[in-house]
Design a protein around this ligand. Structure first.
Ligand SMILES: [Zn+2]
Ligand SMILES: [Zn+2]
Length: 329
């Protein structure tokens, strides 16, 4: 009999948690819709850069056995003379040197002289760890790393951890020119099951004689809304789409037994609906409408199946995104 009571009590608790989650999901989704409807956008006027390169320092795949991989993101972006460190990886194993530091050393890249750090959003795979997500801070590694007093742009409050003091954080939600031709398109919200309300920024870099190259972190905003925002900000064509779009469909990079964690946490829908094949088709259709010359999907939050759909859809315009392989425009 006590066993029966325990089962009933446990079922009750699970139902209550689920009910509270369901309320959070529906109210959060309504909040996002309302905010997006009320967001005023004006065209942005900026120059362009002549050259742009993106070197993935952290991501899920590489062809170089000397480099480390993980389901996180850090890209080193060079746009003319401006050097940007976008996100700082996951450091899932809490190492020092972190995969970011290790790979930078292997590739002969210095992290001491970026002009600024740009955070797409404050999730563990972009700010250097789970503890960092809890503490709302970021770490380059789990050991001392000297960083100058550069600016850090983030869609939400974040502070440098004691391992890397120095940088000064600015919260940026509105579209903003960070340097000539380099624009943060502004925060786009999404309400995620488990992770809740999430603000994410992306970079739009205007490349002379080509157009806008979008560099995206996790892509929680959805590519449809990123494209919509970009078109509202610029008259120029979208030339490139690079980075994470979060399609862990059929499989994921963080599996807990049969549970696809990325699919569970990264959707605004109920867990059994999650992110599905249809969402990938809709994303491909949205990208096709803007007809970019260059598409590269980050494997850190998209499955091999999703990458294959992108490869088939965009053929010679599709490029693999791998640690250590510089993308040059
Ligand atoms: Zn994320
Ligand atoms: Zn991510």
């Amino acid at each position: 009999m006590p066993f029966l009571y325990a089962i009933v009590a446990l079922t009750g608790i699970i139902c209550l948690i689920f009910f509270l989650k369901w309320i959070q999901l529906t109210t959060g989704n309504k909040r996002v819709e309302k905010e997006l409807q009320g967001f005023q956008i004006e065209k942005i006027s900026t120059g362009s850069v002549k050259s742009l390169s993106i070197l993935p320092l952290v991501d899920f795949y590489t062809d170089d056995p000397a480099l480390k991989t993980e389901p996180g993101v850090s890209y080193l972006i060079q746009a003319d003379d401006t050097k940007i460190l976008m996100d700082v990886g996951f450091n899932k194993k809490k190492e020092h040197p972190s995969p970011l530091l290790h790979n930078s050393n292997q590739l002969g890249v210095s992290l001491k002289d970026p002009d600024f750090i740009f955070f797409s959003h404050r999730h563990l795979d972009h700010i250097g760890g789970m503890q960092e997500q809890k503490n709302k801070c970021f770490s380059i590694s789990q050991g001392p790393v000297e960083l100058p007093e550069i600016a850090v742009y983030s869609p939400v409050e974040i502070s440098p951890s004691p391992w890397n003091p120095g940088p000064k954080v600015q919260v940026v939600n509105q579209p903003k020119i960070l340097a000539d031709g380099i624009v943060s398109i502004g925060s786009i919200p999404r309400n995620l099951f488990v992770l809740g309300y999430t603000l994410e920024n992306s970079l739009a870099i205007k490349v002379k004689n080509k157009g806008i190259v979008l560099i995206i972190g996790c892509g929680h905003q959805t590519i449809e809304r990123i494209v919509e925002r970009t078109q509202a900000l610029f008259d120029d064509p979208i030339y490139g789409i690079i980075g994470g779009l979060h399609y862990p469909v059929r499989n994921g990079r963080m599996m807990l037994g049969p549970i696809n964690i990325q699919n569970l946490v990264g959707s605004h829908k109920l867990p059994w609906k999650g992110i599905r094949e249809d969402d990938v088709s809709l994303a491909i259709a949205a990208i096709r409408r803007v007809n970019p010359e260059f598409v590269a999907l980050s494997p850190h939050d998209s499955s091999d199946w999703s990458i294959e759909q992108f490869r088939k859809a965009f053929q010679d315009r599709y490029h693999d995104l791998k640690v250590g392989e510089k993308i040059v425009f």
